[in-house]
Design a protein around this ligand. Structure first.
Ligand code: F6R
Length: 613
């Protein structure tokens, strides 16, 4: 869960590297460092703390090298410290390495190298890599142009785990060697320079032309060419991907924080995700998946597997697919699914949802489902991400880059895409009346402007945030899909405000949690399902009687009950209401976090891409 950057060209590398790291800080931010090739060899500058601290390191301005690698860290092995920060060098300072991922057998490799006389300066798993490269390099008697590449390959053959690695050496000053396995890495290419990064937005300012490395594929990156090799070092050619994302979309665009910008981008992200998937009067189109009536009719179950917010999108999808297709659905967190020997087979369709497409548990769960004979479909936002290379089918949300650690526009885009997918299945299966699907399509097309209306009226939410931001605990209540939205609202609050919160199915309240309600406790109710209004109101009454301080998000006409605050949102089909009711809850978390003076985009202990288990 770290970020890596590389540059080779004709400009001074260090400012480009540091700027790139700033874009990747969402991936980890407890220490950072760069290494450049200078006239007298490798120079490393690194320290614990944020990337911006690198600007203050002595000698950073005098680096002249035009080749360099860089890293921002989220500690796994060894606490955040200068010694544990990357880049790491081998004992002879001939090879510098940055690494994102985890080397599972590092202690075995450390013992091996220690026996050979190597010593270690850090507690990291990474430090074995430059030393193994040195070991294999010195064992190789063939002194040719690919000697370093062979040493890197022999090293990777020894590694168990995940990695995206960059290697530089003054012995080969015209190149950076890179390789990846289960950790992301892209190469952006332009005239007379190449850029390497953990994700596309970090180098979008330079180019829109990218090579997306496959698992265990090596690249030797020079300033004006790139050579690609497979896992056995057989050279091959590779196609360039043209990425249409706008560089400005990955910047803050005048918003104080990425999270706020991304909340406000939801209407457009949804419009993009709908794209040309359907038009009124026409069937939904999913040319990229090809699931037949015969196959869909044979299914006895659909599984939605994901983590965190993406799993919450799965909870909404379960309700919609069951209603429209009458196929039983299950939703499970990937880290449980993969270790549970789930009962799945060729009659199960497994749908994996992941914004980043790099979440280790979700990818492992997908591999398990494939082994058990299921068809696998993934929904992701990141083109060419690791999960897309494993799944039978991939469909993309087109939410644009999501930088803030707390997911917002990815969630609503996932829900929209899942609902369109459910309509597509229903159209194939004839399982839901045509006119009702048509009405649903019209309602989906109205969702973006309804979100705009909510976002134009956030004063009440801001005022509520001001009143409750000092609270220690909060509760979210809802029934049916409102419960699923409550879970997502509660997660958002925990993540960025550090306030403890719980979401409960409102009907469960009396079975225990109501014991926690006392004078002044904040309770947030989501009430959008017309069939459940009365029931939900009774539950809210029960907690008001016990002194709760309440906010209700609703699109229903509520009976005369005294809530402390009511956020009215536009009406829509109950199957779609999560797309609207989550928006005030996202804003509430955001403004509570701001009132507390916290770093909204980079909450403590979290990282955007959870590439470790
Ligand atoms: C919450 C959040 C996380 C992610 C989870 C899965 O705001 O962002 O809970 O949803 O880590 O990440 P992806 O979707 O990238 O697999």
């Amino acid at each position: 869960m770290c970020g890596i950057i590389g540059y080779i060209g004709e400009k001074k590398a260090s400012p480009i590297l540091i700027n790139g790291l700033l874009c990747l800080e969402y991936r980890g931010y407890d220490s950072a460092g760069i290494a450049t090739l200078e006239k007298d060899g490798i120079t490393v500058k690194k320290d614990k703390g944020r990337v911006k601290n690198l600007y203050n390191l002595e000698g950073i301005d005098s680096l002249e090298g035009t080749v360099g690698i860089a890293h921002t860290r989220w500690a796994t092995h060894g606490k955040p410290s200068m010694e544990n920060a990357h880049p790491h060098l081998d004992n002879s300072s001939t090879f510098a390495v940055v690494h994102n991922g985890i080397i599972e057998n590092y202690s075995e490799l450390r013992d091996f190298l220690t026996e050979k006389g190597y010593h270690f300066l850090s507690q990291t798993d990474t430090e074995v890599i430059p030393n193994l490269i040195h070991y294999y390099f010195s064992q190789d008697s063939k002194k040719d142009d690919d000697q370093l590449l062979r040493a890197v390959k022999s090293t990777c053959d020894d590694l168990k785990g995940s990695y995206a690695i960059e290697v530089i050496s003054p012995l080969f000053p015209d190149r950076i060697i890179v390789v990846r396995k289960d950790s992301p890495l892209v190469i952006g290419t332009c005239k007379k320079e190449n850029h390497i990064a953990s994700d596309i937005p970090a180098v979008l300012a330079f180019t829109k032309n990218f090579y997306l490395l496959n698992d265990q594929e090596y690249a030797v990156v020079y300033k004006n060419r790139i050579r690609f090799f497979d896992a056995s070092l057989v050279e091959h050619t590779k196609a360039i991907n043209n990425i249409e994302w706008d560089a400005a979309a990955a910047e803050k665009d005048g918003f104080e924080d990425y999270m706020l910008k991304e909340i406000y981008e939801q209407p457009n992200a949804i419009r993009e995700t709908i794209g040309s998937r359907f038009r009124l009067g026409e069937k939904c189109s999913f040319d990229d998946i090809n699931l037949t009536k015969e196959y869909l009719s044979s299914l006895d179950k659909i599984y939605f597997v994901a983590c965190g917010t993406a799993m919450h999108a799965g909870l909404i999808a379960k309700n919609v697919v069951e209603k429209l297709c009458r196929i039983p659905c299950e939703v499970e967190v990937a880290s449980e699914f993969r270790y549970r020997d789930p009962i799945i087979d060729e009659k199960t369709l497994c749908i994996f949802i992941s914004q980043s497409g790099e979440t280790a548990d979700t990818i492992a769960a997908l591999k398990l489902a494939k082994q058990k004979g299921c068809k696998t479909l993934t929904i992701t936002n990141v083109i060419g991400s690791s999960i897309t290379r494993e799944a039978d089918y991939t469909i993309y949300t087109h939410a644009g880059p999501e930088i803030a650690v707390a997911s917002t526009k990815a969630y609503t885009s996932q829900i929209v895409l899942l609902i369109i997918l459910a309509m597509h299945f229903a159209e194939i299966l004839n399982s839901y009346p045509e006119e009702k699907i048509e009405k649903l399509k019209a309602d989906i097309l109205d969702i973006p402007s309804k979100i705009e209306t909510i976002l134009d009226n956030v004063d009440e939410i801001k005022a509520f945030a001001k009143k409750v931001y000092t609270q220690k605990d909060m509760f979210f209540l809802g029934r049916g899909m409102d419960y699923a939205v409550s879970m997502e609202g509660s997660l958002k609050l925990k993540e960025i405000s550090y306030i403890h919160s719980e979401a409960y199915a409102a009907g469960e309240l009396k079975h225990g949690p109501i014991a926690l309600i006392e004078n002044g406790v904040t309770v947030i109710g989501v009430i959008t399902d017309p069939k459940l209004v009365e029931k939900s109101i009774s539950n809210m009454q029960e907690i008001i009687t016990r002194g709760a301080y309440t906010l209700v998000v609703t699109n229903q006409v509520l009976p005369n009950v005294h809530f402390n605050s009511v956020i009215n949102i536009p009406e829509t089909d109950p199957l779609l209401s999560s797309l609207l009711s989550i928006v005030p809850l996202q804003c509430l978390s955001y403004y509570i976090s701001k009132n507390k003076g916290l770093d909204v985009d980079k909450p403590r202990n979290l990282a955007k891409s959870v590439t470790v288990e």
